[in-house]
Design a protein around this ligand. Structure first.
Ligand SMILES: N[C@@H](CCC(=O)N[C@@H](CSS)C(=O)NCC(=O)O)C(=O)O
Length: 444
């Protein structure tokens, strides 16, 4: 938004007369060469003190303006979007057009909005030449149009309109107009999607006994949810949270057959038969659905990409969740924060683990959020870039890594003798309902 004039007309009383003689505008200036001449307009600015918003782009918003101001601004604008009806008494199309300005009229009436009008307005703001004026009666709806365009182009994720209004010093906007805009931001049915994408709910859950990190991931549109690596002893806590948040549990996924705790998946599906358990087919463990590298687990509008990451166990997978604003990798025990899973039992192989991390996890974007299966030092999440740089094990050469892993000297997990056999049958997997093996991407 043009820093000079952008908020001035919005905050100015419509009919205040200008004092002093503004410089002669050059109405013949070609649109492409136009830019705001703040000096020329300064007498007007002096009359109506402004606060300057700090956004790039040469867009102004305004309410009704006296003819001489319309003339001056037309001389400096290349585009003009009028969001009132063209029958409005203050509309001066001949003044605007005679200055060679590209004019568009798209009335924005909040209580009587034609279908597709928001998209039309956003399209106009996107394509009309700059400097661009957006005008209505009081600048309220013009500011709304600008904010919605910003929401779409900048891709706000849940930033409130109230905050935007504050940031832009557009506090002349009426509360009901602000509320209307917040509602608009979430309209899923807009032709080009909602103006803001609501982030999926990703909750981390902790078991202090085994230092296991479990995850609840929920679709913001359908409230369908999955649990990743939940712990038996915390079944009631996790289900209570799901219920409190109004979510519908669809799947319990395991990243692998755990050796240190028992999954709650089997017990959950026993009580809630609509919930399906999922594990990799290479784990050899029972579940309702078996996944493999390249599969996709869909729920609501979300999808988890399955990446085989063997090494800690043969059947380890990483689930990757991509949203418009963030990527999450649920790495189980393959990659831990500044560490990795041990490779000394359950078909462990340090060479395979090293390749899995480098090829399947470190190849993700650097800002991918690493949601690991354990942390023994009170940390919660990391990123791919952090681990690429600071993981003391995975930054080594593969030979150094193999040697290090062969000499960790860790005692076996306390529960290994009960956990592994139990997890091979998904905690408690009733015998009659044996696993269905899927060969392709599971259907949501
Ligand atoms: N003390 C814990 C087990 C700790 C342990 O062995 N953790 C595993 C993941 S669970 S099988 C691991 O891979 N650790 C890597 C490491 O470097 O610590 C218990 O008794 O449960």
């Amino acid at each position: 938004m043009g820093c000079g004039a952008s908020a001035t007309p919005a905050a100015a009383p419509a009919k205040a007369p200008a004092t002093g003689a503004p410089a002669e505008p050059d109405a013949k200036m070609p649109a492409a060469q136009k830019s705001l001449n703040k000096e020329a307009l300064s007498p007007l600015f002096d009359q109506h003190p402004i606060r300057l918003p700090c956004l790039p782009g040469d867009i102004m918003v305004s309410g009704d303006l006296p003819k001489e101001v319309v003339e001056q601004l037309s001389a400096q604008c290349a585009g003009w979007l009028y969001v009132n009806p063209d029958t409005d008494a203050h509309f001066m199309p001949e003044v605007v057009k005679s200055a060679g300005v590209q004019l568009q009229v798209l009335p924005l009436k909040l209580d009587d909005l034609p279908a597709g009008r928001v998209d039309e307005i956003l399209q106009s703001i996107q394509t009309l030449p700059r400097p661009l004026m957006i005008q209505c009666t009081s600048a309220n709806r013009a500011a709304l149009a600008l904010l919605m365009w910003m929401a779409r182009t900048v891709g706000y994720t849940g930033a409130s309109a109230e905050l935007l209004v504050k940031d832009l010093a557009l506090d002349t906007m009426k509360p009901e107009a602000t509320k209307w805009m917040v509602d608009q931001l979430h309209v899923v049915g807009q032709k080009n999607g909602p103006l803001i994408e609501r982030s999926p709910e990703v909750r981390q859950l902790f078991d202090p006994e085994s230092s296991t990190l479990s995850y609840l991931v929920a679709c913001p549109e359908t409230q369908e949810a999955v649990l990743i690596d939940p712990v038996l002893e915390h079944k009631d806590r996790d289900l209570a949270l799901i219920s409190e948040l109004g979510l519908k549990l669809i799947y319990v996924l395991n990243t692998h057959c755990h050796a240190d705790h028992i999954t709650s998946g089997g017990l959950i599906r026993k009580d809630m038969p609509e919930v399906k358990t999922i594990i990799s087919e290479s784990s050899g463990a029972k579940a309702d659905m078996h996944i493999k590298h390249g599969d996709t687990v869909k729920f609501g509008s979300l999808a988890l990409e399955v990446r085989a990451t063997p090494g800690h166990t043969d059947g380890c997978v990483t689930y990757v969740l991509r949203t418009k604003t963030a990527t999450f990798a649920f790495t189980g025990d393959t990659l831990l924060i500044r560490g990795c899973g041990r490779t000394d039992f359950q078909q462990g192989s340090s060479r395979r683990l090293y390749a899995s991390v480098h090829e399947q996890i470190f190849s993700l974007p650097g800002d991918t959020i690493i949601c690991a299966g354990h942390d023994y030092k009170g940390r919660s999440v990391s990123t791919v870039e952090e681990e690429r740089r600071f993981n003391p094990r995975l930054t080594k050469t593969v030979e150094e890594f193999e040697e290090l892993m062969a000499n960790l000297g860790l005692p076996n997990p306390k529960k290994i003798d009960v956990a592994v056999p139990a997890n091979m049958v998904c905690g408690v997997q009733d015998e009659p309902e044996t696993a269905e093996v899927t060969t392709g991407p599971p259907e949501a």
